[in-house]
Design a protein around this ligand. Structure first.
Ligand SMILES: Nc1nc2c(c(=O)[nH]1)N[C@H]1C(S)=C(S)[C@@H](COP(=O)(O)O)O[C@H]1N2
Ligand SMILES: [Mo]
Length: 247
């Protein structure tokens, strides 16, 4: 699998290939200097992307975590799954993976978990602090075995806005970030329907609309082109929201 580190190491190696032969060239030293500068900038950018979102104390948890957007997916398929307490629900993990998975909510709840108290910021101008528990996304991706050509992780949801299903996507830096989890509990309770039951994404360095609820399928892709309008998310496609919604 190509990790961020091998990508950086690879590009640094590519920049430095042939340095013995070119060492005397004045132009080359200039190029090398700017390449070093570039690598440092790239490194700084990526270190910043790796920083942890602030985590809060139990005393900071909002009394209610308001629900926004879809609060109950309308389709009969979801309603049937909900009526059965999601025992029949499966999360598909497919696309550019070596071992496609189909996971029940019990299997996911039995995987190693991370709990984090974080602040959710919605572009509509409200925030809430909640305690989330879930499986780190990277463990699921490792189990599926990402292929080297995977660059994006797409989250397909059960709810629709007209003909368009809600979906979201992130890059591999966020996918492997330690606070990026597939959450099945909020405030020590199994996730309830208004907040995305049975499973939702938490990608804590980004705004509310990236936190896809009602997950049905996780797809690894090499490009976002060809998926709806190609901008990587429902709101990105329909309302020009930023794909990278950093906070
Ligand atoms: N599937 C799905 N995910 C979604 C939405 C939605 O409508 N459908 N709304 C988004 C928005 S804009 C926000 S602010 C959060 C709200 O999460 P909450 O309902 O738990 O507050 O979910 C995000 N994820
Ligand atoms: Mo939002």
């Amino acid at each position: 699998m190509i990790t961020r580190r091998t990508l950086i190491a690879g590009s640094a190696a590519a920049l430095l290939t042939g340095c013995d032969r070119l060492n005397d060239s004045r132009t080359f030293r200039g190029v090398l200097r700017s390449a070093e500068g570039l690598t440092m900038k790239a490194q700084r950018l990526i270190s910043d992307r790796e920083a942890l979102a602030r985590e809060f104390d139990a005393a900071d948890i909002s009394p209610t975590f308001r629900a926004n957007g879809t609060r109950m997916p309308a389709g009969p398929d979801y309603q049937r799954l909900a009526a059965g307490a999601f025992a029949e629900w499966r999360l598909a993990v497919d696309g550019l993976v070596r071992r496609p998975l189909s996971l029940s909510i019990d299997q996911i709840r039995r995987m190693p978990r991370r709990t984090q108290i974080t602040r959710h910021d919605c572009v509509e101008g409200w925030s809430a602090i909640g305690k989330w528990t879930g499986v780190p996304l990277h463990l699921v991706l490792d189990a599926a075995g990402l292929r080297d050509d995977a660059r994006y992780i797409v989250f397909h949801c059960a709810d629709r806005f007209g003909e368009r299903p809600y979906y979201e996507s992130i890059d591999l830096i966020d996918a492997f970030h330690p606070q990026t989890i597939l959450a099945w509990a909020l405030n020590d309770r199994y996730l309830q329907i208004p907040n995305g039951a049975p499973l939702r994404l938490r990608v804590e360095r980004q705004l509310g609309y990236k936190q896809a609820k009602y997950l049905m399928r996780i797809e690894a892709r090499d490009t976002l082109a060809g998926l709806w309008d190609g901008r990587g998310g429902y709101w990105e496609d329909t309302n020009d929201y930023e794909w990278y919604a950093g906070i």
